[in-house]
Design a protein around this ligand. Structure first.
Ligand code: NAP
Length: 162
């Protein structure tokens, strides 16, 4: 089954993307920073016939990102699509002369750093899984080689190995 993680999927564009991909047969991981809003949005997708799983995810908090990625990795054996949708437009005076540095930092943390950290955390897990699978495949080759006195690609179907 194809899989997708949508950040900020409890409302707006993120929720609509989740709804449409869910109706196309994706298993949707519904990222949301509020458990209540996330669970409600997940239930709505399920009522619509989708396979949906709520993932607690605040993209401005590295610890939350790490936890969310572990939950996704523990639930699905792969992720096809990441939709880095979560974002904020914080209130404030638009004049550069009045712009509050705290607002800029918070916006940057969520809109710029957040997507980068989510992407990196997911890639790290994907590469780790691939490395583990490659290692297991190599061990199977070696074991088969010992049994048959030969180590080579003819002993095991290559398509089984990443
Ligand atoms: N709508 C537009 O015209 C437009 C134009 C350009 C770009 N965009 C961008 O497109 C994206 C979606 O826009 P939208 O109109 O659907 O916005 P929206 O209705 O305000 O929804 C934003 C979503 O992001 C979530 N979010 C905010 N900060 C988060 C965080 N730190 N961690 C996790 N989730 C967080 C929100 O969760 P909460 O409900 O908890 O706040 C909400 O689910 C945003 O990134 C926005 O900047 C929108």
């Amino acid at each position: 089954m194809r899989t997708v993680l949508v950040t900020g999927a409890n409302k707006g564009i993120g929720h609509e993307v989740a709804r449409q991909l869910g109706s196309k047969g994706f298993h949707v991981f519904v990222g949301a920073r509020s458990s209540e809003k996330g669970e409600t949005a997940t239930q709505a997708l399920r009522k619509n016939g989708a396979v949906a799983t709520f993932i607690s995810l605040d993209v401005s908090a590295p610890e939350s990102i790490r936890n969310a990625v572990q939950v996704v990795a523990g639930t699905a054996d792969h992720l096809d699509v990441l939709v880095n949708n979560a974002g904020v437009i914080l209130e404030g005076d638009n004049s550069i002369a009045q712009l509050d540095p705290e607002t800029v930092t918070k916006t940057f943390q969520t809109n710029t750093l957040g997507p980068l950290l989510v992407t990196q955390a997911l890639l790290a897990v994907a590469f780790e899984k691939q490395r583990t699978a490659s290692h297991q495949c190599f061990q199977r080759w070696r074991a088969a080689g010992r049994r048959h006195g030969y180590v080579g690609p003819r002993l095991l179907p290559l398509q089984d190995c990443p």
